[in-house]
Design a protein around this ligand. Sequence first.
Ligand SMILES: [Zn+2]
Length: 410
Amino acid sequence: MKLTIHRGSHEIGGTCIQIESGSRSILLDAGSPLGESRSDIDLARLDFNDIFISHPHQDHFGLIENLPPDKPVHIGETACQLIAATRVFLGKPPLANTFSQLRNREWVELGPNLRVMPYLMDHSCVDAFGLLVEADGKRVYYSGDFRAHGRRKKTFDWFLADPPRGIDLLLMEGTMIERENDAFPDEDAVEKGMLKVLRQLDDRACFLICSGQHIDRLCAAFSACIQAGRIFVTDIYTAYILRTVFDRFPSIPDINTAKNIRVLTKGITAKAHYQKVSANRGYFGAFARDIFRPETMIDIAEIVAEPYRYFLKISYFSDLLERLEQCGVIYSMWSGYLKEPKHQGIKQHPKVDFREIHTSGHAVREDLQRMAVALQPKRLVPVHTENGEAYRNLFGNSVVFLRDGETLEI
Ligand SMILES: [Zn+2]
C-alpha cells in the first residue's frame, strides 16, 4: 500500500490524500485550499479509481467538480444534498459526478483487496466521516475533521468504545493542537451563551452570523431563541438547508413543524434567493409554497415594528440595520474570519452590540489524544494542521512527517 498526501500535510484545508494498492487507487478528499496554499493539485493528472469525501466542507470536497463525471464519488447522502442545494442558490449548474452513498460502518468494497469503512463523527456539519482503508493486509485510518464536543458527541463515545483495530497508520487532523477552546467549550455552552445575550439585549433585535450549514449551531441558536421567548427568522436559503436536513432528521427545526420560525420573504436577500427558488420549482417542490404561508412569512416592516421579538439568521442585513435604532449581533464562527471587511463593518457599526460566541468544529488536544490511544497506530501522520511539530510532544516517536507530494510505503 502506498500513501501520498498531495495537499494538506502542513496546512488547514485543501486536503487531498491518495492511497494505492496494486492496480487500484483511491483519493480521500479533494478540497479547495483555504487562503494561501503551498501547493497546487491538478486532479486530472492523478490516476485513481474512486474518491471518498469525508464531509461537505469546501476544503474537503471543493475540487470534485473538476473530476471526470464517471469517477465514483462516495459521500454521505445529506452531505450530497446540501452541496447540491448550495449550488442552486449560487446559480451554478448541478454537479455531473456519479455519487455513491456512504453509510456509517458499512464497508465499501472496491475489489478483492481494497475496501473502505466510514465512521460517523461529530463535526461542524452533517455527514462527517472518518475513513478506514484496508488493503494488502494493512489498515490506514483517516480521521477527517472531527470533534467530541458537539451535539453528536456520542458518535465519538461509540468510536472509542469500538474503534477499528490493527491500525498501521493514522492520518489525524490537528487544527486545534495549538489552539484553545475554553471560552465556550461545547455547543451547550454556545446555546447558554446565546440565551444570556438574547436576554440581556431584550429591547432590540439580535442577528446571528454563522455558517448556514452548521446544523448544530442553528439548533443551538433556535433553542436559545425559543427559551428567550423570541421568534427565529431565517432567510430562504437557511430555511431550505433546515428542510433538507429535517427530511432525514425530524428533530431539526423546520418551518412546517416547529413553532416560532419565520422566513424573511422580502428585501434584497430574499429577492436573490427567491429568484433561484422560482427558477427551479421542480427541485424545490412544496418548499416553494411553504415559505409563503401566512404563518411562515415575515417582512421587514413587521421586524422593524417590534424588533426585540426576533433573533435573525439572514445574510446581508445591512438594509435592515439602517431601519433599526440598535441591535445585537452574535458572531458564531472562527475568530480568524472576523478579519474580513464585511464582518469588521458590522463589528464597528455604531448601532451594533457585537458579541462573539463560538466553539470549535475541531477536536481539542485531549480528544486528539483519546483518538490516538483508542487506535494505537503504529505510525501517526499529521494532516490538516499548521503545527505538525506539536504532534511529537503529544504522541512521541510514532509521529511521521510527510511533505505534500511525498509517497510513503506502508
Ligand atoms: Zn470540516
